[in-house]
Design a protein around this ligand. Structure first.
Ligand SMILES: Cc1ncc(C[n+]2csc(CCOP(=O)(O)OP(=O)(O)O)c2C)c(N)n1
Ligand SMILES: [Mg+2]
Length: 778
């Protein structure tokens, strides 16, 4: 086990001991004095037996309707809770942790209501947004942002900050509220008043590239919790690599709130199963179990036992039966979550959506529409919130900011430790400084990338990819990643390092299992962790469809993920059309800010890796790479430098009659066709990356594709989009077929005679799609 774990276990034991003595001191003398407001106190008591609801096992919480919780739960009682540890399912009696907090219960109540009403007011003002979730999640927000998490609002980049992800991103006013209350400059009261408006720092879903303090971009449900798994994985890896006894450089938690939607989405099943397998003990996820989604009550579509599912994944599952009022139960659950160091924890918190709203609580009416002025006032009356719109009393600010100040102090202590670490472990410190602090690549790092000449024996570009990956794996300890169970096929195993698994978090080969979407989101978060790691993830080109939204979000949210894919065309062969990408590569070219690279040989593969790694590290941007299954020759003129320009001439006669543009495996077909067309001056261009070529100066583009010279593209993919570069196109606008790869290529028209014939048709004036693969249909 990494030294970090021992260290943090020790810390946690101390925390636990302190918590326990506080609890003991409180038992018998202190009822849970947490209340939601005078108005609610007048509601009739639903039951005298309802206990402060903390149940440390999924199945133990007595089923309760949310309306019962709304009326009865407001009388949060102290007493005791039956806590049954998941897994062992061993009952234990425990006093409710009445943690000695620095603030009175009235202040805590106001702190919670401040989150609720900032959300209500901002959403009312913008007349757009989702108030229900923040109103239900507010007590969790208070526990995390006023009591639990380590962060410094003055420095959102502090390396060892606790990470927080709001997976239910539609409830982003929750996050803007807590960032504002704790003192992040990125979210001023004016920003809150500008919620969802043009140019504001408070967009309709949390965007890490827009608002400091937001770690990842969420909105597509399930993505955030999967990112949280990636952040926790990054923490575990960095901790294992760098922590030394007494010097836990990386030692933080990753917290996440997700809703019913995140729980339902398949991506969360993938990533959370992976997190359980890895035993990521510092991942703590709150499930906002409010029983409501857009369509209505979850009975309509969602009746599985989520807790049991997470137990089966290998998580510790805790339940808070009244998350609206029972802050002590939330606190206790956090304490217990931290105490479990070898499993992630799911804290299932029963909440009421739109809590406090007399007419909209516990209904999908509170999900995605403003409460409105009248209901906002009625909610103020119900919760006893005596402050005006956007008014936050000083004692609330003071409470949150005092916690922020404690975080600032923790950062100071961390800086001191980092100073000592540099003296005690100079070599590792140098690595930490370069990778994590400066986020820089070593000088001349790309010298290690393989190079070839046309005389060098050709091979599949997936093998070149393997060579590149292994060359840089030695040079860049920050390279970490793996494949969705296709490592021997994708050639993505790094030979110089071991597996990233429970107990060996220092390993860098990630075993994602067959979970492409989860893999993409986890890899994105490893980049968004902002500790300088360079993540890659791999699958067959065709199955990138399964993680497409993670690729899209990588481009949007500036995650420096390197998507390595192989088996990039119908030349996959025998596996047939389910495995043969046709539209995949062209459709990925439609995603803004994503680089799509289809290298044609050794040097182009090296060039692709050079671009991808530099983009990841220096600009935190993603690259998608597609490599062949089949062998290809090494091309004349190919080089890393030419690849970086996106396109270059492989054959470059003066005053050409025609230009043939190929990508990947079709460049050599164009090259062979050019040799056949002896009576014509045929220029052959390799275009491994449209986006890089598009960014070149016009003079270079004109040099490569001279104006007025007929140009034809040849690519084993749909022809859509090629009009940007060429007059005529050879492609495949139908599905492929199961047959040996070279047969498929031949039958669908990617052979020298067909390319020559199409080139001659273009020379005679024909334009457009000259070969669409339909000749191969049988
Ligand atoms: C992948 C994806 N599908 C659909 C949506 C649209 N959507 C936004 S919120 C929501 C319902 C979410 O329900 P829940 O997570 O329970 O949130 P709550 O209503 O409790 O706030 C849906 C379907 C989305 N954001 N992402
Ligand atoms: Mg819900």
């Amino acid at each position: 086990m990494p030294s970090m774990s021992k260290e943090s276990r020790r810390t946690q034991r101390v925390v636990l001991a302190a918590g326990a003595s506080a609890a003991v001191a409180a038992v018998g003398s202190t009822a849970n004095g947490f209340v939601t407001g005078p108005a609610l106190r007048t509601l009739p008591t639903q039951t005298t037996t309802q206990q402060s609801g903390y149940v440390a096992s999924a199945g133990e919480a007595a089923p309760q309707s949310n309306s019962a919780l709304l009326s009865g739960g407001c009388f949060a009682l102290a007493a005791s809770a039956v806590a049954v540890r998941s897994g062992a399912r061993k009952a234990r009696r425990s006093a409710v942790a009445t943690r000695a907090t620095a603030v009175s219960t009235e202040t805590a109540t106001d702190c919670i209501n401040a989150i609720r009403f900032l959300a209500v007011d901002a959403i009312n003002k913008s007349n757009s947004g989702h108030p229900g979730a923040p109103m239900g999640q507010a007590p969790i927000g208070f526990c995390l942002f006023a009591e639990t998490m380590d962060f410094n609002p003055a420095n959102p980049d502090w390396i060892n900050r606790d990470r927080f992800v709001l997976s239910s991103g539609h409830g982003c006013m929750f996050q803007y509220s807590v960032l504002h209350l704790t003192g992040y400059k990125s979210v001023s009261m004016d920003d809150i008043k500008q919620f969802r408006q043009w140019g504001s720092k408070t967009p309709g879903h949390p965007e890490n590239f827009e608002t400091a303090g937001i770690e990842v971009t969420t909105g597509p449900l399930g993505m955030g919790v999967s990112n949280a798994v990636g952040l926790a994985a990054a923490e575990a890896h960095n901790a294992a690599v760098y922590n030394k006894p007494g010097m836990p450089l990386i030692d933080h938690y990753t917290y996440c709130i997700m809703g019913d939607g995140c729980c339902q989405e398949g991506i969360s099943h993938e990533s959370c199963a992976y997190a359980g397998h890895l035993g990521l003990g510092k991942l703590i996820v709150f499930y906002d179990d409010n029983g409501i989604t857009i369509d209505g009550h979850t009975e309509l579509s969602f009746t599985e036992d989520v807790g049991k599912r997470y137990e089966a994944y290998g998580w510790q599952v805790l339940t808070v039966t009244d998350g609206n009022t029972d802050v002590d139960a939330i606190r206790q659950a956090i304490t217990d979550a931290k105490a479990c160091t070898d499993k992630p924890t799911l804290i299932k918190v029963k909440t009421v959506i739109g809590y406090g709203s007399p007419n909209k609580a516990d209904s999908h009416d509170a999900h995605g529409a403003p409460l409105g002025k009248d209901e906002g006032q009625a909610t103020r009356d119900q919760l006893g919130w005596k402050y005006g719109e956007f008014e936050v009393p000083d004692h609330v600010y003071e409470t949150y900011r005092a916690h922020g100040a404690r975080g600032a102090k923790k950062e100071e202590e961390w800086n001191k430790m980092w100073g000592e670490y540099k003296k005690a472990h100079p070599e590792l410190a140098e690595q930490f400084q370069r990778i994590v602090v400066d986020k820089k690549l070593p000088a001349n790092w790309s010298d290690c990338l393989p190079k070839a000449t046309p005389e060098t024996a050709g091979k599949a570009t997936r093998l070149h990819s393997q060579d590149c990956l292994n060359a840089i794996a030695n040079t860049l300890p920050e390279l970490i990643g793996g494949s969705a169970d296709l490592a021997p096929s994708n050639m993505t195993l790094m030979k110089c390092t071991g597996d990233f698994l429970k107990g060996t978090y220092d390993g860098r080969n990630m075993r994602f299992g067959i979970r492409e979407f989860g893999m993409g989101a986890v890899a994105n978060a490893i980049s968004l962790d902002r500790t300088g790691l360079v993540p890659y993830c791999a699958t067959f080109t065709i199955f990138s469809d399964y993680m497409r939204n993670a690729i899209r979000v990588a481009a949007l949210a500036k995650a420096g993920t390197i998507f390595v894919t192989t088996h990039d065309s119908i030349a996959v062969g025998e596996d047939g059309p389910t495995h043969q990408p046709i539209e995949t590569i062209p459709s990925l070219r439609m995603i803004p800010d994503l680089l799509v690279m289809r290298p044609a040989d050794c040097n182009e593969s090296s060039g692709a890796y050079k671009v991808a790694v530099e983009l990841s590290k220096n600009e935190s941007r993603p690259t998608f790479m597609a490599f062949t299954r089949q062998a290809l020759p090494n091309l004349p003129n190919s080089s890393i430098e030419n690849t970086e320009k996106g396109a270059y001439a492989v054959l470059d006669p003066a005053d050409p009659d025609i230009v043939l543009i190929g990508t990947g495996s079709e460049v050599s077909v164009c090259w062979e066709a050019a040799k056949e067309m002896k009576d014509k001056k045929v220029k052959v261009v390799s275009m491994p990356c449209w986006e890089l070529f598009r960014a070149q100066p016009q003079s270079y583009k004109d040099q490569i594709l001279p104006k007025g010279v007929p140009t034809m593209s040849v690519e084993a993919a749909v022809t859509m989009g090629w009009g940007e570069w060429s007059d005529a196109h050879v492609g495949i606008n139908c599905f492929g077929a199961s047959a040996p790869g070279n047969t498929c290529m031949d039958k669908f028209g990617f052979n020298v005679p067909n390319v020559v014939s199409c080139a001659n048709r273009l020379l005679k004036g024909e334009k457009g799609v000259l070969s669409d693969g339909s000749q191969g249909k049988h």
